[in-house]
Design a binder for this molecule. Sequence first.
Ligand code: ADP
Length: 320
Amino acid sequence: TGAGLIVSFGEMLIDFVPTASGVSLAEAPGFLKAPGGAPANVAIAVSRLGGKAAFVGKLGDDEFGHMLAGILRENGVVDEGINFDKGARTALAFVTLRADGEREFMFYRNPSADMLLTPDELNLDLIRSAKVFHYGSISLIVEPCRTAHLKAMEVAKEAGLLLSYDPNLRLPLWPSPEEAREQIKSIWDKADLIKVSDVELEFLTGSNKIDDESAMSLWHPNLKLLLVTLGDLGCRYYTKNFHGEVEAFRVNTVDTTGAGDSFVGALLCKIVDDQSILEDEPRLRAVLKFANACGAITTTKKGAIPALPIESDALSLING
Ligand code: ADP
């Protein structure tokens, strides 16, 4: 199709998920491999919905790295921005929900290939050829990928792309909450579009209120759209001229992993070729309804990538 390209920048990794639920990592009888990483999920979400997406990042030149690149290609994601590190290995995460309800994380990142992406390795022509640049997760944490991240944003901005930011706060990975807040805020005013979850809103504002006032405290003058996702309550949107809420779909939720990425991918897909939607409330509401449907569908299956919908799935949910 002639759809404009959406570049998604950041990490891709493998989550190892215990085959039994409610156990600690040490007690897990075995693990399933679940490919993920928010930026990669977004690229695949776009592609599955019929849009054009590229992933820009770095993988290990190992079995896992090539497996992940294969998953991107199978899903139609443009691979011209993928680098392979000769030395470091692909990032791995072990994540479990223990019986006491706490999430337990363990990471292989010391350092992993994604963190070693350098500014020189960026495919700048690919970025310049796109219409939207989406980013935000753990690539701000360490060098050299932090500098690569900032450079990619700068090039995208210069080339006139729409910058889309999802902080995807994964607090256990940051040196400290203060540093997370500081780094996230340092790139805040570069974005044209920002999506935060209710949890991130609380973290960034330091307030436990999830209301219009706290959302608006995150507003910056160049922002075109601020979104707050609310899980099974849907989402809220804020623009310079209007704001409101779009309710969620009721589905049989089994695993919410990837819902936010699916939501963002759907939104970007629908606005990439017509950004005037951001200024037109009825059309924006229709797009957010579609994004809510995609997010909801993603919660009905285990894992993120296997649960990302195609367009007809979302339309079926919307049209009952
Ligand atoms: P994040 O993954 O970033 O925390 P959310 O969990 O809020 O984001 O999910 C993003 C969107 O997916 C929500 O705005 C909503 O539309 C949809 N969604 C998430 N969880 C559910 C759920 N349990 N039921 C229905 N829709 C959901």
